[in-house]
Each structure stands twice: as C-alpha cells, then as structure tokens.
Design a protein around this ligand. Sequence first.
Ligand SMILES: [Zn+2]
Length: 295
Amino acid sequence: MYHFLRRRKAYNLDTTSQDLYERFHPALGFSKEEDLSASIIFIVEEDRVLLRNENGAADFPRFSDCFVQNPERYDLGYLGTLDGAHCFYMSYDETFIIPNGLEFESLRTVYSKVDEVIGLVASRAVHLAGWSQRTKYCGVCGSPTRKDPAELAKRCTSCKNIIYPRISPAIIIAVVKEDKLLLAHNKNFKQRWYSTLAGFIEPGETVEICAQREVLEEVGVTIKNIRYFGSQPWPFPDSLMIGLIADYESGEVTPDGVEIDDAAFFGADELPEVPGTYSVAGKLINWFVQTRNQG
Ligand SMILES: [Zn+2]
C-alpha cells in the first residue's frame, strides 16, 4: 500500500503534509542487513518521550546512544524512515537504563521544540506505543496477540480477531461572527486559556452534523457555511482533530455549564490567552487574526 502511494505525486497538500510526504516514508519493515546504529528511537511512556536537550536544540536519541548491546531484548516497533534514517518506537520499561543527557518530555512540549514533521513522526510513535501496550491480549477471547507482518495491525493467536490502531476523529471549529471569533473556556483546561470549540464525532454522524451539534450543545449557537481547514493527529491517546471554519447563524452565546464555563466572541485585537500554533486550535486562531489583519 505504501509503495503505491510513493509512486504518486502529492497534489493539493498543505505545507506540513507536503513536507511529511517528502521526508517521512512509513513502512512495516526494513532489510535486516542494514546498519541501524544511526536509527532514531522514540522511547515512550504514556504521552512522554525521551529527548536530548543540548545547547538549546532538542533531538531524539539514536540506537548508538541507547543500545550498547542487544536491542533484540526490547519490543521495538518499526515506523519507517525520516530524512533517510530508520525510526523505531518502544514503550519504556524499567529494565531499560536511561542514558545520560536524555529526559522524558511531554509530547506537547516536544511539539514546540522540534519541527512539525518530526513532531508528527513522534505523534505516530506515541500513538502506536500506547496502542501496542493496550492490545497485548485479544479483547474477544483474552489470548495473547502478535503483530501482523503484512499490515499495521495485530492478530489474536487463537481466534480470528484483528486489532487495528484505534483513531478517534474529533472536530475543532472556528465560528466567526462578522469580525469576531467564538472562543470558550473548557472546565477541563489546566490553563486559563480560551480555545475553539471541539468534540468527538459520534457513530452515524457526518463531520458537518457533528460540528453543528457540538456548537449548539456547548454554547447554544447555530452555524452555517461549514468548511474544511486542516487536520492534525492528536495522540492523547488516539484522536484525529479535523479543523473547520463556520459562520455564526443565530442564537445567544450560552455556555452549557457542563463542559464550557465561559464563552464569547472576541475581536482579533482583544484575544484572551490562547493555545500555541503547534495545535490546530492555535492554527485556527492564528488564521483568524491573519485574515482580519489583511482587512
Ligand atoms: Zn482472540
């Protein structure tokens, strides 16, 4: 499947997707004869990865940093090649001795320290490491599972169950009313910041219906003219954020009091504290500010 994709030119991709397409080549395996000492290894513990911070620059460790001997004793997963280097992931376990100079950092922090393509490969590593940990046993019969050599999946060793990585799509939406953007504070935010509304797509819903339902449920407003903005994998633990833009249609902004405790329309020059542009929310807000400034 991957080879089929590689033969085609990537048309109509945003810059980040185009860079990802050119620099990262996903694969299930590699030639056993290759020298792996320069391979990149993402060592994952929940939503954190081991990172080296040196002279202000962040980098992921290489095989030669981590495995003085026998990498075979660890359960490594293969990701593909990034800028020509093989990439692997593994879940941290206590038998692994963390080399000097490496520290665990939350993936959200990593996003602000590395370029977007490396951040996306790290997302893939965190997502797959978490999935692999949660699917050691079959959910149907309880037997151990094993990796499928032919596709990105696991198979039960006794029944026919196939387990694919779960991806949970969610919408995130910038609702615009004249020169103002709808932002809300979610009760679960650790920070004081305001962000665009978001919610998981339910079974049977289209992206557009989900967007209408979420905005109506959370702040009591109806929307129209929904259009696509961009997307981002968000492996906390397994979301895919689908960024949208819509126009306000009707209703008074009324926070639901359950998820949202405050919401309002803000002008570009009166924004509250908002998320950084490493997230789709931050990119949507940045898009709003840029387009207002262009008049
Ligand atoms: Zn089974």
